[in-house]
Design a protein around this ligand. Sequence first.
Ligand SMILES: N[C@@H](CCC(=O)N[C@@H](CS)C(=O)NCC(=O)O)C(=O)O
Length: 204
Amino acid sequence: MLKIYGPARSRSSRALWMAEECGVPYEHEDLTRYPTMDAKSAAVREINPIGKIPVIQDGDLTLSESMAINLYLAKKYGRHLWPTGEQEQAKVLQWSFFAVAELDPPLVQLMIERTFRKEGERNAENEKKNAEAAKRSLAALEAHLATHHWLVGSGFTVADLNVASVLSMIGGAKQDMTDYPHIQGWLKRCQDRPAWKKATAPKT
Ligand SMILES: N[C@@H](CCC(=O)N[C@@H](CS)C(=O)NCC(=O)O)C(=O)O
């Protein structure tokens, strides 16, 4: 059975959301059974040498990198989320790379500066640089969504899922979204989906 490693309050939410959209049964190893960070890291390093999550195992395949995982899951279990045309598939790749290369890094840095670092420890220059990078990426996304209901084609695809799952960090990044009404509407459409709610619901 498909196995997904990493807690829902991490980048593993991306893979959990994807598995829920596909409706594929999976086992979730959220790593909470490991008592310390060192023990968690050691367990992850056994299957992913860089020691990061998400990682999945599917049969004899072990796969890391959230975008690679989701594109694999879409092709194997979620064909309804993977467009058939070559050009649309290329656009899915474009938006997925955009998510991890252009959105994730500045949002993570903003989260570090604005949420994790205490007053007095903050690096104003780092915050400014990443606020500008985030603005540039968000403006491009906003322009696209001003004329498109979904990122690629006429329905929700793995492109929407990948970008929306990265953008779910905007809360921690304390990113003001006033200038991005189309992103806000689209993100709400994405996060209203039952699969997102199920993947990120606190475990009882
Ligand atoms: N590029 C990777 C990033 C994965 C990543 O940074 N995961 C974090 C958790 S959200 C992690 O495992 N951090 C542990 C560490 O840095 O040691 C992806 O998109 O999957």
